[in-house]
Design a protein around this ligand. Structure first.
Ligand code: AMP
Length: 143
């Protein structure tokens, strides 16, 4: 098997993120691969039904700013180059598919909760990422 050259690790910025980051760091170092760190901010408009007209730009900007700060902290802690620390806005699965393709990534790393039963039916980000990513995908089990 040839070594992976460019990996993308997607994190949700919860307290579970380090579990995924630790694995991503170890695997990328073992392969001598470049590591990209990605967080996708979901548009506030998705959560808000829109019955009352409201300008959500400022709130979205604040969310983007907070995400960039938090991602930057993780990026620095895990030795990810600044240009490989990416925050985008959209649906996590779609953005991860897009970036993996655009950036010529050969391994995508995401966390997985190993859901069962009804929860499984609702779907997970890991599942969404797997279906639609052309390169290999590694699901890190979250405990
Ligand atoms: P989930 O099971 O849907 O809670 O998501 C599990 C994993 O999906 C997380 O550990 C991350 O790797 C990835 N993920 C979920 N949400 C995001 C997000 N907004 N941006 C980037 N990655 C995410």
């Amino acid at each position: 098997m040839s070594a992976y050259k460019k990996m993308l690790v997607a994190i949700d910025l919860t307290e579970e993120a380090p579990q995924v980051l630790n694995k991503a760091k170890a695997i990328s170092s073992a392969h001598g691969a470049e590591l990209m760190l990605v967080h996708v901010v979901e548009p506030v408009g998705y959560a808000y039904g829109g019955d009352i007209p409201m300008d959500l730009t400022e709130l979205q900007d604040q969310l983007d700013k907070a995400a960039k700060e938090q991602l930057g902290k993780y990026g620095d802690e895990y030795g990810v180059a600044k240009q490989n620390q990416v925050v985008t806005v959209g649906r996590p699965e779609s953005e991860i598919h897009r970036l993996a393709k655009e950036q010529d990534v050969d391994l995508v790393i995401v966390g997985s909760h190993g859901r069962k039963g009804f929860q499984l039916l609702l779907g997970s980000t890991a599942n969404g990422v797997l279906h639609g990513t052309e390169c290999d995908v590694l699901a890190v089990r979250i405990h």
